[in-house]
Each structure stands twice: as structure tokens, then as C-alpha cells.
Design a binder for this molecule. Structure first.
Ligand SMILES: [Zn+2]
Length: 325
């Protein structure tokens, strides 16, 4: 049946009707708040390129994590900003490292809050790459796996509820799973950054996490933004290796990838609304060019509609404060 018998506007007539037939529900329960933690006492360092986001010392991180939880946000994702870096990324798997200390403090204060940790080496290596660099400047995949697995075990030992490898080395999910299992952490899930693209949208994050590569770029391990089928293959491989959840990053420019991955895997799918996506909204809103809150809601709603079950976003608190449900 077509017009005039069919009139799509009938169900758009009132707010109550529109609510009744809304296809995508967004609640704070779907959101994960990323946080940058640093050492020191009572320190809060604003990230210039991400208005409203600060690097926090542990006491502040505990406080902000608690506020997020009180708003109905079930989980935080921690990134460490270590005081020192070296070639072996030893700060990443130091049991007294910044992330490990933060996990313990946050779990002690807020035991019901889910604490996920980003597992990577780039914030801890002096060259800023996500793996171990060999003499000729290439990234050694298999040697990197050992350090990544050590890092995951160290995070789990500190009490992390899940570990999230973001390095894009081949075989890391399997390496993490077997190491976690053999060291008594068989119940700690792996949230794999399966399709992480070599994206310019990460620009502001690199200031926040102080993780800009000293040479070259990350295109030998992160994915080519042009590739969708390859992203699905990455996700399927990670599920095969034992990933409990897979992630697509960034989100808004990769909605087709989120939808394709959602169709092909039988595990929950997360998407990461990244720093550049956040900062573009903030910059345009600051100039009065767009309504920041409305655009934020539309961004995250679109990511949900595309098929993401969980959305990692710096907007989590603002969205929850807007009263999503
Ligand atoms: Zn990395």
C-alpha cells in the first residue's frame, strides 16, 4: 500500500507515539567512560584538545569513577599515563604501575563498578609504538605478545574486571587468553579492539595519553580505513582466539563496519567514539555552530543503531546527566 492509504507521518504525530515506536534505546547502561590516570597527589591536568577531559591522579579518578557510577554508567576504561617510559614498556606490566594502582583504588572504593583496562604498550614505550621495535624499526609481533600478555595478567592481578587489548598485533587475544588462564584469571573477559583503524581521529587522545609515535606511523599494525571486509575478518579471528567481546574504533566514520561486524559475530560488539569525534563536537558547539548536546546524542544514538551493544565515549557522563531514560 502506498500514499494516500499509507501515511508515515501518522506515527510521528505526538511525542508519546514517537517514543512508542522508537527503534533504538539508549541508556547510561550502554556506556563506558574512558579515563586517563596519572601518578602524583591531587593532580588534575586538563587535556587541551579535549575540553572537559582531564588526566587524573588516582584520588580524583576514584572520585570521578564514583560519580559516573552514580549516574548509572556501569563501566570505566582506564588508560595509564606513566611517569617513565623505556624500550621494553616495563611500566605497562609493573604491578605497582599507574593503572594497577588505579584499578585497586577504584575497585576498593566502588566494588560494583566494572573496571576495564586498556592493554597496550604505546604509552609506556619510549618510541610510542604499540609493540617492541626491532633494530630496523619494524614492530616485532611475537615478542610484543609476551609483553602484552604480562600486562594483561598484571591488570587482572590488580583486580581489573576485563582487559581490552588495543595493540592490533596478530594473535594477541589467544596469547592473552592462555596466559590469563594459566595464571589464575580464567574468568577475566577479553574485550578485543578487533577493528582498530589507523585513524586521524585519534589526534587529541595522543596528547591525553602522551603516546605519539616518535617515528613512522601505526599503519603496519592498525587497519587501513578503506577496509570493511578485513575488519569483519579481524573480528572473527579474535572471537576464534577467545575474545568475549569485540570492538570497532573509531565509531562514527565506521558505522558500516559496526553493522557488518554485528551481523557476523555472536559476541557483544562495542564501539569506541574516539577523542577526535568528541573534540569536533566540542569545538563546533563552543563556536555556537551546532547544539553540542543534541549532536552528542545523535552521534551516540547512531552508533547504537548501527549495532553497538556498548559504547565507549568521553560523553558518557554528559549523556547520563542529560537523562537518557
Ligand atoms: Zn597502543
Amino acid at each position: 500500500m502506498a500514499f494516500p492509504a499509507t501515511r508515515m507521518r501518522r506515527l510521528r504525530k505526538s511525542g508519546v507515539l514517537r517514543d512508542m515506536v522508537r527503534e533504538t534505546e539508549l541508556t547510561p547502561a550502554h556506556l563506558v567512560l574512558p579515563m586517563f590516570v596519572q601518578l602524583g597527589e591531587d593532580r588534575r591536568s586538563p587535556v587541551q584538545a579535549m575540553p572537559g577531559v582531564d588526566r587524573l591522579s588516582i584520588s580524583h579518578a576514584v572520585e570521578e569513577a564514583g560519580e559516573a557510577h552514580a549516574l548509572g554508567i556501569p563501566a570505566v576504561l582506564l588508560f595509564g599515563v606513566p611517569a617513565e617510559k623505556d624500550l621494553q614498556a616495563s611500566g605497562a606490566y609493573d604491578d605497582e604501575g599507574v593503572v594497577q594502582l588505579a584499578v585497586r583504588a577504584i575497585k576498593e572504593a566502588h566494588p560494583d563498578l566494572v573496571v576495564l583496562t586498556d592493554v597496550c604498550l604505546c604509552s609506556y614505550t619510549s618510541h610510542g609504538h604499540c609493540g617492541v621495535v626491532t633494530g630496523d624499526g619494524t614492530i616485532d609481533n611475537d615478542v610484543s605478545l609476551e609483553l602484552l600478555a604480562k600486562t594483561a595478567v598484571s591488570h587482572a592481578g590488580a583486580g581489573a574486571d576485563a582487559v581490552a587489548p588495543s595493540d592490533m598485533m596478530d594473535g594477541r587475544v589467544g596469547a592473552l587468553r592462555s596466559q590469563l588462564d594459566s595464571e589464575g584469571h580464567k574468568d577475566v573477559p577479553i574485550v578485543a579492539y578487533s577493528a582498530k583503524f589507523a585513524s586521524a581521529f585519534y589526534g587529541p587522545f595522543r596528547e591525553a595519553a602522551d603516546s605519539t609515535p616518535a617515528f613512522g606511523d601505526r599503519r603496519s599494525y592498525q587497519m587501513d580505513p578503506a577496509n570493511g571486509d578485513e575488519a569483519v575478518r579481524e573480528a572473527l579471528l579474535d572471537v576464534d582466539e577467545g575474545a568475549d567481546m569485540v570492538m570497532v574504533k573509531p565509531a562514527l566514520a565506521y558505522l558500516d563496519v559496526i553493522a557488518a561486524v554485528r551481523q557476523r559475530v555472536d559476541v557483544p560488539v562495542a564501539a569506541y567514539h574516539v577523542s577526535g569525534e568528541y573534540s569536533m563536537i566540542k569545538a563546533a558547539a563552543e563556536r555556537g555552530w551546532v547544539d553540542g548536546n543534541a549532536v552528542a546524542l545523535e552521534h551516540v544514538g547512531a552508533i547504537k543503531r548501527a549495532g553497538a551493544d556498548a559504547i565507549v565515549t568521553y560523553l558518557a557522563r554528559e549523556l547520563a546527566e542529560m537523562g537518557l531514560d
